[in-house]
Every structure is written in structure tokens, then in C-alpha cells.
Design a protein around this ligand. Structure first.
Ligand SMILES: Nc1nc2c(ncn2[C@@H]2O[C@H](COP(=O)(O)OP(=O)(O)O)[C@@H](O)[C@H]2O)c(=O)[nH]1
Ligand SMILES: [Mg+2]
Length: 460
């Protein structure tokens, strides 16, 4: 454990609540807390067993009671920060909390900076950088599946995978260094092809992690689902049906929705961002035209398009034009108004959009909505049913570092195949190792560490 000063901060959110927790961490955590905390028996925290909860009062300098509290006493190193920690649970009023913290600061603690508790956990070797970043992800997660991903990363699932790759690269480097050190032991063709195979395997493992970034990003940011179709097919009604509330304005007047309306929704723990767009048609109205252009832009960048058709009307040129646009996109065909008489021919739709899944729904009676919602989730997660158990790259910094590592390994393979000197090859591999180390924090600069923890809020 490194020797830092003792810090304190409120770890629960600002505002009024039943209780609030103030955390104190550092060598002098017990001694400082003892200065402001009194128990009935007079027993000090310094004399209390570790990992016990003690009842008592926080008092000010004049000996007046500030609050009735419970203090958790935890000895280093079995704490979040790896240091001595006390956690004071007091009543969750804004002024009470302020007073308790003020007394702790007077008693010798320093107010913690943003993320300083987690930073200490990292600096004291309790967690690595990827795990520290998982703490931010868990705190910021706004969907259930994203919480699971953060927890898996926090418990080391990503670290373990990175370490395995890193260790294999270290083995390869030592093989190569042996060749450099003992050139008299000739490098055989078998040796080289074996090394190349090992490097390719390491690269495959990295590629697998990089591929998981697509899902990781969707878990974190939510998938973008765009509802598209010509006017009056029931796009806004579908948004409302999915949200189970009247969010978008629905009328029988064509061109009602002129802007893009975005709403978030959780499907079985998966966050999706659903956009209702202006109906695509040729319009003379300037404002509607802008809305239509935006709709088209959103169709282009969607993770999934819900292409809505009105089942009670025959296909029009506008429908067919839109079908052309979404033909090669990830899209479902949604035949809305299934409660009305059918005028649409499925064969015609299949002719224009072969292979696309077709759902028959009614935004009025909600028929078929649940089946479609489930299918949306499956489609977005690409049929992956083990989301809760797996770990997905969800951080752009991690993705970039994996990319660097992969490039260095690929270069090492090319060099070996071209008979380049082993010392040059080993530099490539070392660069790959150091890129992986930037994810876990083994080779990262102070500046990056600073930037990561600055993103935390106070008390974390
Ligand atoms: N019968 C029936 N009418 C619907 C259904 N969905 C929408 N509508 C009606 O169709 C009209 C256009 O709906 P709206 O959601 O504004 O369409 P948008 O222009 O595509 O957004 C409105 O009068 C809705 O009440 C449905 O499933 N069944
Ligand atoms: Mg609309």
C-alpha cells in the first residue's frame, strides 16, 4: 500500500434521502473519525475489530450532538481503496451531511477529489484500470444489461482475457529473444512458423474482443431503432404503442410528424432509442421537407429500421421507393393496422424485400406488438443469449488499444514471414504488449489516469 493522506467525501448523491454515507480513507481514517465520533461505552474505533458496525454520535467541537450514526470500520487491505476506511451512515439531510463532513475535515481529513477513492483502489493495486472504468460504467449504466456488463468487467472478466493474451505474447517475445541472444542456435523454419501461429492465435483473440465492441456499444448507448414509412401508415402510433403511452401526436392528417422524435425504452433490460420520423413523401412544405431529409439520414445510420406499411392500403410508389432505400439495411417490415381489412399483398412485399422478416401488428389494439418487441431484441443482440454472462468491450479507449495491439501483431507476422531480423519483430510484439497494458493500466501515462478519474463524480 502506498502512503497517501486521509481523504473524506460524501459518497451518496446530493439531496435529501433516508440516509447518507460519508467515506473516509487513509492511514489516519480511524484516528480522524474517532475525533468526532463517540460511542456510549467510550470505545474507540482504533480499538474496534475490523469489519464491524459501531453505533454512536457525531459531535462538534463543543461536544454537541450533530447526528446519531452507524460507523463501519474496515482495516486495510481488505477495503475498496486498500486503505483503512470508515463509512459513516448518517441521516440524509443536506445540512446534517455537510456538518458531519465539516467536522471530519476539521479533524484532519482532506476533501477527496472526483474519483479519488477509486483512483486509490487502482494505485494500491486493488483493481486495474479496466476494472476502475467498470465502476464508472456501473454507476452510469442506465439499462439493466449494461449493469451486468460493467459487473463482469469489474470482476475481472476482461482483465483475465487480456492477461491471457499478454502472457502468450510475453512467451513469444522470450522465444524470439532467445534467438537473438543465442544466434548460433539457428532459427529453423519450424520455429518461425510456430511463432507465426502463436501470434495469429493472439490476434484472433484480440479480434474476438474487438468484435464484441459492437454489442458493448449498444449495451452502453442503446441501439438506434428508426421507425420509417410514408405518411399516415401509423409510425407515431407504433412509437406510442411501444412506449405504452401517448408520446407522439397522432392524427389522420398526413405530414403531422415533421421532426424526429426520440424516446428511450428498455426491452428486457436492453436499452433502445426509438425514433419516430416524418413520413417520407414528396412535399412542397419547407419544414416537412427538412423533416423528411432528417428521416432519411436516420434510416441510414439506424441499427434497425422498422419499416411501416398500412395493411389496409395497397402498395404505393412512395412505399416502393422506401423499400429500395432499406433493401440492404437491417430492417423489419411492419404491417400495421392488422385490425382493418387487408388490401396489401405479401407477395409484392417479398418481391421488393426478399428475406426481411414481416410482422403483422395493430398499434390500435396492440396485437403482435410483444412478439415484435422480442424479435427486435434478438435481432439487435444478433441472437446472443449469454449477454449477462459475457463481457463486451464498451469503452472506446479499450477498443483503440486493442486495435493498436492487433496492428503490431499483424506487422510482426509480416516481418517474420519476410525474414526480418528477430530484434525488430520483438519490438512490434512489445508494442502490442504495451497497448494491452494501457487497457489494464500497467503501461498507461499519468495523464490518461488523471483523465479517466476526473470523469468520476465526487465521493466515488
Ligand atoms: N385502425 C387502425 N388505425 C390506426 C392504427 N395505427 C394508426 N392508425 C391511425 O392511422 C392514422 C395515422 O396514424 P399516425 O400514427 O399519425 O401515422 P404516421 O403519419 O405514420 O405517424 C391515425 O388516424 C391513427 O389513429 C392501427 O393499427 N389500426
Ligand atoms: Mg407521425
Amino acid at each position: 500500500m502506498k502512503n497517501f493522506d486521509t481523504i473524506a467525501a460524501v459518497s451518496t448523491p446530493q439531496g435529501v434521502g433516508g440516509i447518507a454515507v460519508i467515506r473516509v480513507s487513509g492511514d489516519r481514517a480511524f484516528e480522524i473519525t474517532d475525533k468526532v465520533f463517540c460511542t456510549k461505552s467510550g470505545k474507540k474505533l482504533t480499538e474496534t475489530e475490523t469489519h464491524k458496525i459501531v453505533y454512536g454520535f457525531i459531535k462538534d467541537e463543543d461536544g454537541c450532538n450533530i447526528d446519531e450514526v452507524l460507523v463501519s470500520k474496515m482495516d486495510a487491505p481488505h477495503t475498496f481503496t486498500g486503505e483503512n476506511v470508515t463509512e459513516i451512515s448518517c441521516h440524509g439531510g443536506v445540512s446534517v451531511v455537510k456538518l458531519v463532513l465539516k467536522e471530519l475535515l476539521k479533524a484532519g481529513a482532506r476533501l477527496a477529489a472526483n474519483g479519488e477513492f477509486t483512483k486509490r483502489a487502482f494505485l494500491n493495486g486493488k483493481i486495474d484500470l479496466a476494472q476502475a472504468e467498470a465502476v464508472i460504467d456501473i454507476i452510469n449504466a442506465d439499462s439493466e444489461l449494461n449493469v451486468y456488463n460493467g459487473e463482469n468487467q469489474l470482476y475481472g472478466a476482461l482483465t483475465d482475457k487480456l492477461m491471457a493474451i499478454r502472457n502468450s505474447l510475453i512467451d513469444i517475445t522470450s522465444d524470439i529473444i532467445a534467438v537473438i541472444d543465442y544466434p548460433e542456435e539457428d532459427i529453423t523454419v519450424e520455429n518461425i512458423s510456430e511463432t507465426i501461429e502463436k501470434l495469429k492465435k493472439a490476434n484472433d483473440d484480440i479480434q474476438l474482443l474487438m468484435k464484441s465492441y459492437h454489442t458493448g456499444k449498444i449495451l452502453k448507448e442503446g441501439a438506434k431503432i428508426v421507425i420509417a414509412g410514408k405518411p399516415n401508415v401509423g409510425k407515431s402510433s407504433l412509437l406510442n404503442a411501444l412506449l405504452k403511452e401517448n408520446r407522439a401526436i397522432v392524427t389522420e392528417i398526413e405530414g403531422t410528424t415533421r421532426d424526429v422524435l426520440e424516446e428511450s425504452l428498455e426491452i428486457d433490460g436492453l436499452k433502445v432509442r426509438i425514433m419516430d420520423t416524418a413520413g417520407v413523401r414528396t412535399s412542397a412544405d419547407e419544414v416537412e421537407k427538412i423533416g423528411i431529409d432528417k428521416a432519411i439520414e436516420n434510416i441510414e445510420s439506424a441499427d434497425l429500421v422498422l419499416f411501416v406499411l398500412d395493411k389496409s392500403r395497397e402498395l404505393s410508389d412512395e412505399d416502393i421507393e422506401l423499400m429500395e432505400r432499406i433493401k440492404d439495411k437491417n430492417a423489419f417490415v411492419v404491417l400495421n393496422k392488422s385490425d382493418l381489412e387487408i388490401k396489401l399483398s405479401l407477395t409484392d412485399i417479398r418481391k421488393h424485400l426478399p428475406g426481411k422478416r414481416i410482422f403483422e401488428i395493430s398499434s390500435k389494439t396492440f396485437d403482435g406488438i410483444n412478439e415484435m418487441t422480442e424479435a427486435i431484441k434478438d435481432k439487435i443482440l444478433d441472437g446472443d443469449v449469454n449477454i449477462k454472462e459475457n463481457v463486451y468491450i464498451s469503452n472506446e479507449r479499450h477498443f483503440e488499444m486493442l486495435h493498436h495491439a492487433s496492428e503490431h501483431i499483424k506487422q510482426a507476422v509480416i516481418d517474420l514471414e519476410n525474414g526480418i531480423y528477430p530484434d525488430i519483430v520483438s519490438i512490434e510484439i512489445e508494442n502490442a504488449i504495451s497497448s494491452l497494458g494501457e487497457i489494464t493500466g500497467q503501461t498507461v501515462s499519468d495523464e490518461i489516469i488523471h483523465n479517466i478519474f476526473a470523469k468520476f463524480c465526487l465521493g466515488k
